[in-house]
Design a protein around this ligand. Structure first.
Ligand SMILES: *Cc1c(COP(=O)(O)O)cnc(C)c1O
Length: 249
């Protein structure tokens, strides 16, 4: 039964479902190879490349966590889903994660719509989110985005800044930091990706102990390097293009 009221493109759903099944098989295999049987790796299906009806096809194909990198697109798609979701038990079939930069003037409008923010990338943004949650009387989970490549062009905070933000948020009741997010350098070798992901895990392990604050989640790995992410302990991977091969939306 369709979760959505407008008819969706069945062929498209079939293609995406095929990619999703294949991806889940590879995720399972990578998890086994890493000696992590039985541990869950959540797949955040990145829908930023396609429009709202195609994003609905992703949900229909089995993707239950959708990731957007631009707040405005996230607003538009959640509104479309609200309008078109079929009534009944499946009214809220998906979770939305923000994976890209959040401008401070977009914080208030975004917070009520998201289940997790992967991309807390500055002390000012962290402060702004915490303050808006207070004003809106909401709670939210977040990840600190850490620069693990050492390149200026990459997003994310230098590790020492991320550590300070974490320290400032220990005991914060509304914004709960549950882990770290990091991106490996583009076009890096498999070994380099693994080394960079391992550094993120090491920061997690160190800070978790230093602040006696649980940081269970590691969001690392995309279409080209999710195997490396899983090998180094990723609990979430963010995959877009792999799921959307052959799709134009
Ligand atoms: C686009 C994007 C992804 C997904 O990348 P693919 O290579 O298409 O899988 C993951 N994380 C972030 C932050 C992104 O912006």
């Amino acid at each position: 039964m369709s979760l959505f009221t407008p008819p969706l493109n069945r062929d498209m759903i079939g293609i995406i479902a095929g990619h999703y099944q294949q991806l889940m098989d590879e995720v399972r295999e990578a998890t086994r190879q890493a000696g992590r049987e039985g541990q869950t790796v959540q797949v955040v299906a990145v829908s930023k490349y396609v429009d709202a009806p195609t994003t609905a096809c992703m949900a229909e194909a089995g993707c239950r966590i959708l990731g957007e990198n631009r707040p405005q697109q996230l607003w538009e798609k959640t509104a479309w889903f609200q309008t078109h979701a079929a009534l009944g038990a499946d009214r809220h079939p998906v979770q939305w994660h923000l994976i890209g930069h959040l401008q401070r003037n977009k914080v208030r409008r975004t917070l009520p719509l998201v289940d997790l923010i992967h991309s807390i990338d500055s002390p000012r943004l962290a402060k702004s989110i915490a303050q808006s949650l207070e004003e809106l009387d909401l709670r939210c989970d977040g990840l600190l985005e850490v620069n693990i490549t050492g390149e200026d062009a990459k997003t994310g905070m230098p590790p020492e800044v991320a550590r300070e933000v974490l320290e400032s948020l220990i005991g914060a009741s509304r914004l709960r930091i549950v882990g770290l997010m990091g991106m490996a350098a583009q076009h890096a070798s498999s070994e380099t990706c693994r080394r960079q992901f391992a550094s993120l895990r090491n920061y997690r392990d160190a800070w978790q102990q230093e602040f006696d604050h649980p940081l269970p989640e590691l969001s690392m790995g995309m279409s080209g390097d999710f195997t490396e992410g899983i090998a180094e302990g990723a609990t979430m991977i963010r995959v877009g293009s792999r799921l959307l091969e052959g799709i134009r939306g």
